[in-house]
Design a protein around this ligand. Structure first.
Ligand SMILES: Nc1ncnc2c1ncn2[C@@H]1O[C@H](COP(=O)(O)OP(=O)(O)OP(=O)(O)O)[C@@H](O)[C@H]1O
Ligand SMILES: [Mg+2]
Length: 379
C-alpha cells in the first residue's frame, strides 16, 4: 500500500497505513497530513478498538521526527506511585528503591514523539507536570530541582469522555483545553460501515497469508450481516472475527449463517439494543449488568437454599443457631472475595494473560487490575 500513487490532492488513508475508505477516514487522513509536519499536540479520541494507536503511529511516521523514536506510554498501566518517575525520570536515591539514576520516557523520546495512551488515567499530580512540559518543554526529574528541557511531539489518546472527567474533577481543565486544540475523533465502526468490506478484505488476506489457508470469499448477503452488526469492540473485534472465521471455516465461501455464528458470542441484535435497559449505556455495559444480575440471582438462590437447610438442621436441633449464623456471615464475606479472585483469574484466562483486555472486560482500570493480581498472587 505504501508508495501508492496519490489519487487526489488529499492524502488517502492507505498512504498512512490506515485501512478504510469512508468519508470519515478520508477526512482523518487529511487531518493527519496537515498536522504531521507540525509539532502541534494531538488528542485522539474514540471507543476502544477504533484505531487510535494506528492513527498515532501514522502521525509519527508522516512527521519529520520519523527517524527518532515513537515512545508509547500506557498511562493506565503504570502504578500511581511511580508514574512521575517513569515519565520524567529520577535521580539516584530520590526515593526508596531508586538505586540508580533513571531517564524518563520524555527524555527517551527526545527528538521524536511520545504517545500517551489512556491519558484520562493520568493522576492529577502528574497532570500538572505534564502541562508544564507541553507549555515550555520543561520538566524536573523526581528528586531534582534542575529543570531540563526536551523536544518532543506529544500525542495523547483516550476512550474516556475527558469533559466528564473534568466535571468530576479528575482531569485538569487547563490541560484539557490545551490538549483538545487538535482533536481527532475516530468514529465507531458501526458509523462508518463502508469501511467494513475494505477492512474485512485486508484482514482476510493477512490471516490467510499468516496461516497459509485459502480464503474462498464471502457472499454479499454475508457482508451485509457484518455491516449490520453493532461491533462494540470496533476494528479490533472485526479483526478477531475474521481470524476465527477464516481459520475455522477454512476454504468455505461464507454465507450469512456462517458469519452469524461468529457474531453470536457477542451478538446484540438491533431490537435488543432498543430495549429501555440499554438506554444511555453502552452495549458492553448493559451486557455486563445482565451477567452481574444473573450472578447475584444465583447467589440469592444459594443463600435461600442455605437458610432453608439451616432451618431444617435447627428444627432437628443439630447445631446451635447463633454460632452457625456467625459462621455463615464469615463465609459470606469470604465468598465475595473468592468470587472476585475467580472473576479476575477467569478474565485473565480468557484474555490469555492480556491484562489490558482483562481489565476492559472487567470494567476496571489496568492499575486496579495490577493491584488485584498482586493482592491475589495471580502473577
Ligand atoms: N483503520 C485501520 N486500519 C487497519 N487496522 C486497524 C485500523 N483500525 C484499527 N486497526 C487494527 O485494530 C486493532 C485495534 O486498533 P488500535 O489498537 O489502534 O485501537 P485503539 O483505539 O487504540 O484501542 P484501545 O482504546 O483499546 O487502546 C489493531 O490491531 C489495529 O491494527
Ligand atoms: Mg490503544
Amino acid at each position: 500500500m505504501q508508495g501508492e500513487v496519490t489519487r487526489d490532492p488529499v492524502r488517502t488513508p492507505e498512504e498512512h497505513g490506515i485501512i478504510g475508505d469512508s468519508p470519515e477516514m478520508r477526512k482523518i487522513a487529511g487531518v493527519i497530513a496537515q498536522v504531521a509536519p507540525t509539532d502541534i499536540t494531538v488528542l485522539i479520541t474514540g471507543e476502544s478498538g477504533v484505531g487510535k494507536e494506528v492513527v498515532a503511529k501514522a502521525i509519527h511516521t508522516a512527521s519529520r521526527r520519523n527517524k527518532k523514536p515513537l515512545i508509547t506510554v500506557n498511562c493506565g498501566a503504570i502504578p500511581e506511585g511511580i508514574i512521575e518517575s517513569e515519565l520524567f525520570g529520577h535521580e539516584r536515591g530520590s526515593f526508596t528503591g531508586a538505586a540508580e539514576q533513571r531517564k524518563g520516557y520524555f527524555e527517551l523520546a527526545d527528538g521524536g514523539t511520545i504517545f500517551l495512551d489512556e491519558i484520562g488515567e493520568l493522576p492529577l499530580a502528574a497532570q500538572v507536570k505534564f502541562l508544564r512540559v507541553l507549555e515550555n518543554g520543561e520538566y524536573l526529574r523526581v528528586g531534582s530541582s534542575l529543570p531540563r528541557t526536551v523536544n518532543v511531539r506529544v500525542i495523547a489518546a483516550t476512550n474516556k469522555d475527558l469533559e466528564n472527567e473534568v466535571s468530576a474533577q479528575r482531569f485538569r481543565p487547563d490541560l484539557y483545553y490545551r490538549l483538545r486544540s487538535v482533536n481527532i475523533l475516530i468514529p465507531p465502526l458501526r458509523n462508518r460501515v463502508e469501511d467494513i468490506p475494505v477492512l474485512f478484505r485486508h484482514f482476510a488476506a493477512e490471516v490467510a497469508h499468516q496461516n497459509k489457508i485459502r480464503f474462498a470469499g464471502i457472499s454479499d448477503e454475508a457482508m451485509q450481516v457484518l455491516q449490520q452488526y453493532h461491533w462494540p469492540g470496533n476494528v479490533r473485534e472485526l479483526r478477531n472475527v475474521v481470524e476465527s472465521m477464516l481459520v475455522l471455516e477454512s476454504g468455505k465461501y461464507l454465507q450469512p449463517d456462517d458469519v452469524r455464528k461468529y457474531l453470536k458470542e457477542f451478538r446484540v441484535n438491533a431490537d435488543e439494543r432498543q430495549l429501555p435497559v440499554h438506554l444511555g449505556k453502552s452495549v458492553e455495559q448493559a451486557e455486563r449488568e445482565l451477567i452481574l444480575r444473573a450472578l447475584l440471582d444465583i447467589k440469592g438462590n444459594l443463600m435461600e437454599l442455605r437458610t432453608t437447610l439451616l432451618d431444617h438442621l435447627q428444627t432437628q436441633d443439630a447445631v446451635p443457631p447463633a454460632e452457625e449464623q456467625a459462621h455463615a456471615d464469615g463465609q459470606d464475606a469470604l465468598t465475595l472475595e473468592a468470587m472476585e479472585h475467580r472473576m479476575i483469574a477467569d478474565a485473565l484466562d480468557r484474555s490469555k494473560g492480556n491484562r489490558r483486555a482483562a481489565a476492559r472486560e472487567l470494567n476496571i482500570s489496568e492499575r486496579t487490575l495490577y493491584r488485584k493480581i498482586k493482592e491475589y498472587g495471580l502473577e
